[in-house]
Ligand binder design. Structure first.
Ligand code: HEC
Length: 230
């Protein structure tokens, strides 16, 4: 018994020596030691047995066959990440300014910021354009691709941490939660995840971009329509 165990250890160390030697010394490649051939065989069979497609499920989307097809990563490479995909929405004339969202949030009087894009009839192309911006500055890294939450709170439910209005959301996103509270805004709600939100105003280039991102958040609301307060 003891002998067999020592034998295994000896074989294992021989194996690792052979593997190391093969990787450091190119000249030692031929003739291939039997153990290397065996290792290669095992690796090849394991790779062959692996599923051809690795499916990454997203937390906030129901798993439908279409969703599976869209998220599948082929064995031969990667799909283009959402961030890099071009928006298919037609160009929509800008109603917001090209000023920096930080400047706008720091200079506007409290309660006065309002989305220039009307929510009365939601325009799906503008929602799509807003989503493109949202993904482009990686809000999805914290909030999930459809704003359904990830490591950070969902943006699609009825709980609004500092308030649901445009003015509050604009400032929260541009300045971050600490600066928002310095401006006199207070916490009103609580999500499962509580933590400071870092300022995103330097990433979102213009006031117009910010309004489009907020438009996407509006279009993506999954709560009761009765509770729309914007
Ligand atoms: C590093 C992670 C992180 C990134 C990136 C991030 N956020 Fe947040 N966000 C948070 C956290 C954490 C909170 C909760 C703040 C709190 O509880 O005080 C939050 C809160 C929010 C809220 C309020 C949600 C509510 O329920 O009231 C909105 C809206 C929001 N973020 C939008 C955005 C947008 C748009 C972007 C991209 C421009 C973005 N966030 C990028 C972490 C992040």
């Amino acid at each position: 018994m003891k002998f067999a165990f020592t034998g295994i250890i000896a074989m294992l160390s021989m194996l690792s020596i052979t593997v190391c030697a093969a990787s450091t010394d190119k000249a030692a490649e031929s003739p291939k030691p039997a153990v290397m051939v065996e290792v290669k065989k095992v690796v090849t069979t394991t790779l062959k047995a692996m599923p051809e497609k690795i499916v990454v499920a997203t937390a906030d989307a129901p798993v439908t066959p279409e969703a599976v097809a869209a998220t599948a990563v082929g064995a031969d490479g990667f799909k283009i990440p959402e961030q890099k995909k071009k928006s298919t929405a037609p160009a929509i004339p800008a109603l917001g300014s090209d000023k920096s969202p930080i400047d706008v949030a720091m200079s506007a009087a409290k309660g006065t910021l309002k989305n220039p894009y009307s929510y009365t009839t939601m325009n799906p192309d503008l929602v799509e354009a807003g989503k493109k911006k949202y993904m482009g500055v990686s809000c999805n890294g914290c909030h999930g691709g459809n704003g359904g939450g990830g490591m950070c709170p969902p943006l699609s439910n009825e709980t609004w941490v500092y308030g649901a209005d445009d003015d509050t959301l604009f400032r929260l996103i541009a300045l971050g939660s600490d600066e928002l509270m310095k401006q006199g805004y207070t916490r009103k709600g609580r999500e499962n995840v509580v933590g400071p939100m870092p300022a995103q105003g330097a990433l979102v280039k213009t006031e117009d971009d910010m309004w489009r991102i907020i438009y996407f958040i509006r279009g993506n609301f999954r709560g009761d329509a009765k509770n729309i307060k914007w």
